[in-house]
Design a protein around this ligand. Structure first.
Ligand SMILES: *Cc1c(COP(=O)(O)O)cnc(C)c1O
Length: 394
């Protein structure tokens, strides 16, 4: 029986001990007179992570999906048109949510393994002379396929088309792990969740809205109650919430932000990119392909690995779990059975990742993927981490 389990799904991620201890506190009074001393700095510090000075941060008791719903329902009207590309399970689910909320989604179908098609978006926006498109949706990191999209240049494309649509970014598996610049990129709604880069249990939708989005929220007719920005803004202003906040998660969030700032936000990004490259070296040494079609799409928080034709990636995943206690991410929907994923975001270092690479390698050989040579991926990652790591900040 496997007693020790290791978690390499791309969320939930490992919760560091300091964060776990911060969560393990007696229940407290969420209307205490001194609570604002704790809450108000949390909002200020989250703005640093989103890189926004003018935006407003929201913390809803929800997962990332709740953050999507809050974003759409606070800022758009039923029937409004939004532009989105579908290239993985998460971009798909976001589109699905929009449709179920009564929005009209102009969908650009893209090959899974690619990301936001900037040129096509540019053409669509330039052709939309009446500005019927109210929002452009972009998944910064498509967790299902290990694909990152270029949000900075999406903003450039929108500006070049002189289109006034708002820009909504799903950063659930990227914010706090890779660079995100809300103000500079002109992002109007940014959504994240607690259980990925923020290294917390699931339960907080962590999001931010621009001034433009807040202005729009004053006029919209879509219904919402629990997720209403207005109630949040009014109570957050004094350091409270409109309903009982998950205080333990907020205590954990404090510890998580402290850890991120101790390491340095930019160092956190660099670590993620470094760890990701080691995983890609291993995959290449295995002789396998990534789901991401080319380097421009490579994600620094999750790698989706395509198993050889005729093999079932779920066999690898099941065996890795049962035999080695290793949780790998499954392929979802269109890529189910074709890929397995190694999540490499949050509280990780080289040695932890070596265990995942080694475990995946053993599991693949165990289920008969013998073209993967023993030690090949491990050696490639080792050498990369050992040699390239010398240049990392101490
Ligand atoms: C995990 C994830 C979500 C969904 O978040 P939940 O917290 O499971 O609701 C949405 N988008 C992306 C890109 C994700 O990785």
């Amino acid at each position: 029986m496997v007693l020790v389990r290791s978690l390499f799904v791309p969320g939930p991620t490992n919760v560091p001990d300091t964060v776990r201890k911060a969560i393990d506190v007696p229940m407290e009074d969420h209307r205490a007179p001194d609570l604002p001393n704790f809450i108000l700095p949390l909002f200020e510090d989250l703005k640093k992570v989103f890189k926004t000075k003018t935006g407003q941060v929201f913390l809803f008791p929800a997962s990332g999906t709740g953050g999507w719903e809050a974003s759409m329902s606070n800022t758009l009207n039923p029937g409004d048109k939004v532009l989105a590309a579908r290239f993985g399970q998460f971009s798909h689910l976001w589109i699905n949510l929009c449709e179920r909320l009564g929005l009209e989604v102009q969908i650009v179908e893209c090959e899974w393994g690619t990301g936001v098609p900037l040129e096509i978006f540019g053409e669509i926006l330039a052709a939309d002379k009446t500005h019927s498109i109210k929002a452009v949706l972009a998944t910064q990191n498509e967790t299902a396929t290990g694909v990152k999209s270029d949000i900075a240049n999406l903003r450039v494309v929108m500006d070049e088309a002189k289109h006034p649509a708002m820009l909504y970014v799903d950063g659930v598996s990227s914010i706090a792990s890779v660079d995100f610049q809300m103000d500079k990129w002109g992002v109007d709604l940014a959504v994240s969740g607690s259980q990925k880069g923020f290294m917390l249990p699931a339960g907080l939708a962590i999001m931010a809205a621009s001034k433009k989005a807040l202005e729009a929220s004053k006029k919209v007719t879509m219904r919402r109650c629990y997720f209403d920005f207005k109630d949040m803004i009014a109570t957050n202003a004094t350091g409270y919430f409109p309903y009982t906040p998950p205080m333990t998660l907020l205590r954990g969030l404090r510890a998580s932000l402290d850890r991120i700032f101790d390491e340095g936000l930019e160092n956190v990004f660099e670590r993620h990119s470094f760890l990701a490259e080691g995983v890609r070296r291993a995959v290449s040494a295995w002789g396998l392909n990534l789901c991401a079609k080319s380097p421009q799409w490579y994600s620094d928080t999750v790698t989706a690995i395509v198993v050889p034709d005729g093999r079932d990636a779920n066999d690898v995943i099941k065996h890795a779990y049962n035999r080695y206690g290793l949780s790998l991410g499954a392929g979802l929907s269109v890529v189910a059975g074709k890929v397995f994923r190694i999540g490499h975001l949050g509280d990780l270092n080289e040695l932890m990742l070596m265990s995942a690479i080694s475990g995946a390698e053993m599991a693949m050989r165990d289920v008969g993927i013998l073209e993967v040579k023993p030690g090949s991926g491990v050696a490639a990652a080792q050498e990369f981490y050992r040699i390239e790591g010398q240049a990392l900040p101490k």
